[in-house]
Structures are given as structure tokens and as C-alpha cells.
Write a new protein. Structure first.
Length: 117
């Protein structure tokens, strides 16, 4: 039963992320169970994009919506579902350096646009 609660948490966080993106005029696409809100201003998201729950927020760069990047972000969706809202804290504690962040490594550094070294 706990797993169901975490999946619901991820869905709720994603819903809030989509509302935020909508307020900023983002476009929305759905790729399976991954929501992609793109066209956001650069200040509205960190790095090349960020996944909150089941929703990936990013800008307009085509690479940000490539098959490889979406594969990477889908892994983050699964991480949100596995850990629920606790994922946000776990991710921050794992560190900013992608090569040492276990969640980025699991999602695939190259797919995420990071150097493997």
C-alpha cells in the first residue's frame, strides 16, 4: 500500500509542476506517462530541465526533448514514484555533481546530457 501512496505523491507533485508551467505559458506534451512542459523561460528551471513527479519542465532547445533526454527523465519519474516526496530531499543530499549523484547515474549520464567523467 505504501507504494501506491508514493505514486500518488508523484502524480500530485507533477500536477503542481504542470500548473506552474501553464502559468508561465509552457507548451504541454505527453509521452506515455511522462508529461513534458517546454518553452519555459531559462530562469524557470535548473540545468537543462527538471522533473517534478511525473512532469519534466524545460526550455525550447530541441535536445531537451530528444528521445535520449526523455528516456533519462522517465527514470526520474520512476525515482519519484519509488520514493514519493522524499525523493526531492534524497536528490539534493546526493549532490549537485551529476557524476556522483546516484539518481543521475541511474538515469544515465549521457542520456541526461552530462559528461560521464
Amino acid at each position: 500500500m505504501r507504494g501506491v501512496g508514493r505514486v500518488r505523491q508523484a502524480a500530485a507533485v507533477g500536477l503542481l509542476a504542470r500548473a506552474y508551467a501553464r502559468l508561465l505559458g509552457a507548451r504541454h506534451e505527453q509521452h506515455g506517462d511522462l508529461h513534458v512542459c517546454w518553452g519555459l523561460p531559462r530562469w524557470a528551471f535548473p540545468r537543462g530541465g527538471v522533473t517534478f513527479g511525473d512532469t519534466y519542465l524545460t526550455g525550447s532547445a530541441p535536445v531537451a526533448r530528444s528521445a535520449r533526454r526523455l528516456r533519462h527523465e522517465r527514470v526520474h519519474v520512476e525515482q519519484w514514484r519509488r520514493h514519493g516526496c522524499l525523493f526531492a530531499l534524497l536528490y539534493v543530499l546526493a549532490g549537485r555533481r551529476a557524476q556522483r549523484n546516484r539518481f543521475e547515474v541511474e538515469a544515465g549520464l549521457t542520456d541526461g546530457g552530462y559528461s560521464p567523467h
